[in-house]
Design a protein around this ligand. Structure first.
Ligand SMILES: [Zn+2]
Length: 395
């Protein structure tokens, strides 16, 4: 078996030969992205580079690439990154969602539990018809997210039905979702999570839990998580979140991270984070592994707006551009095996690219409690390339 590096090296050679047509001196590319500030955390690159694409794959990332291209994007003054990966969205709820997300630079998304066994077929259909890579988590509740709380009746967490949903859509389903807040699960939070793990186990899939204001404390919830599972809404306010009454990070939470549990931002709209929790946790060094939006097709008029806007909130808290881009590219790619060749501009990788602008100014950012903080920089989506093709820009 070749490892990833060898595989990329081999496909690099193949791509280079493909790109250099017989007899031609200069290479011919499908697309050239010229003169941008390329930030690729997968290799620690932050430099002015051209990105050449051929056959839907990255062919070269170098300064001043010569050669012909069918299409050229002038990226001078812009940020060029691997296509963004948003691991907590509800983009699968309507077929209008994925094309909008693509305009925001999102080339891979995960619909995180909009649907359960009863309605996953619709989400899977949207994912298959999406203009980028769409995947889904099956909600442990057969109804998916539901008003009044989908887990108030624990019989909705039906293991056999959920396993059937996974089996019907092995190409789309990448994990199981359980929402554990008191207004979703009541006293059923731990049992719902146990059942989610029961569904996931035979398929070796991760479970994503949504925390904050749960009946049970984190010290009871976290032992039910395995390496590779994901905690979303990591900065949800009390009760029963990651900070104790004095604002100190629970030792159980740091211990869970050490054993490979992933912590995801999950911006959302209601009760998922406030600035105080972000500030207290990050001052103790507890930064996100991944930054996601909890986005849906209506999010542009909320505090979410788009993934670049959500990333900008962490620039405001002092993360570097390299770090925030990592949270939406290589770190996110490592969460789900479906994305293992994504989140990088390595030569030979699928040519998914986000082009953004980092503007200086005064920008107001919102938490979920109408709290506003003002940052000095904000990322704006400019253009997206998926599988080597430039996609329609945002209106
Ligand atoms: Zn969500």
């Amino acid at each position: 078996m070749m490892n990833r590096r060898q595989f990329l090296a081999t496909s690099t050679a193949a791509t280079a030969m493909f790109a250099r047509a017989p007899g031609a001196l200069a290479a011919t590319y499908g697309l050239l992205i010229k003169g941008g500030r390329v930030i690729d955390p997968s290799v620690g690159l932050d430099a002015i580079r051209d990105v050449a694409i051929a056959g839907g794959k990255i062919a070269a990332v170098e300064a001043n690439i010569a050669g012909e291209a069918a299409d050229t994007i002038d990226a001078s003054g812009r940020i060029v990154t691997p296509g963004l990966i948003d691991i907590h969205t509800h983009a699968g709820r309507s077929k209008e969602g994925p094309p909008l997300a693509l305009q925001d630079g999102v080339t891979c998304w995960v619909d995180a539990g909009s649907a359960g066994a009863d309605n996953i077929d619709q989400i899977a259909a949207v994912a298959r018809g999406a203009p980028q890579l769409g995947r889904a988590l099956v909600n442990i509740a057969r109804t998916g997210t539901a008003p009044g709380g989908e887990l108030m009746d624990i019989e909705r967490a039906n293991v056999d039905l959920a396993r059937g949903a996974v089996l019907r859509h092995r190409d789309i389903v990448v994990g199981i979702k359980a929402r554990l807040s008191n207004n979703v699960a009541g006293t059923n939070d731990l049992e719902a999570l146990r059942r989610a793990q029961e569904v996931a186990a035979p398929f070796n899939l991760p479970v994503m839990i949504h925390i904050g204001q749960s009946y049970s404390p984190m010290r009871s919830i976290l032992p039910l998580l395995k390496r590779g599972d994901i905690v979303t809404h990591m900065y949800a306010p009390a009760p029963n979140a990651i900070l104790d009454d004095q604002g100190r990070l629970f030792p159980d939470v740091a211990a869970a991270r050490r054993r490979g549990v992933m912590f995801d931002f999950g911006n959302g709209v209601n009760n998922h984070f406030n600035w105080e929790a972000v500030e207290k946790a990050t001052k103790q060094g507890f930064w996100p592994d991944t930054i996601s939006t909890d986005w849906n097709a209506q999010s542009r008029t909320t505090g979410v707006v788009d993934l670049p806007n959500v990333l900008s909130k962490f620039l405001m808290f002092g993360m570097s551009l390299m770090q925030v881009i990592a949270c939406a590219t290589i770190n996110a790619a490592r969460v789900f095996p479906s994305f293992e060749d994504r989140g990088t501009l390595n030569v030979g990788a699928p040519a998914d690219v986000a082009i953004m602008e980092l503007r200086d100014g005064s920008f107001d950012f919102l938490d979920n409690y109408k709290g506003t903080r003002t940052g000095r920089q904000r990322l704006f989506p400019i253009a997206t390339v998926f599988a080597g093709k430039r996609t329609p820009p945002r209106a």
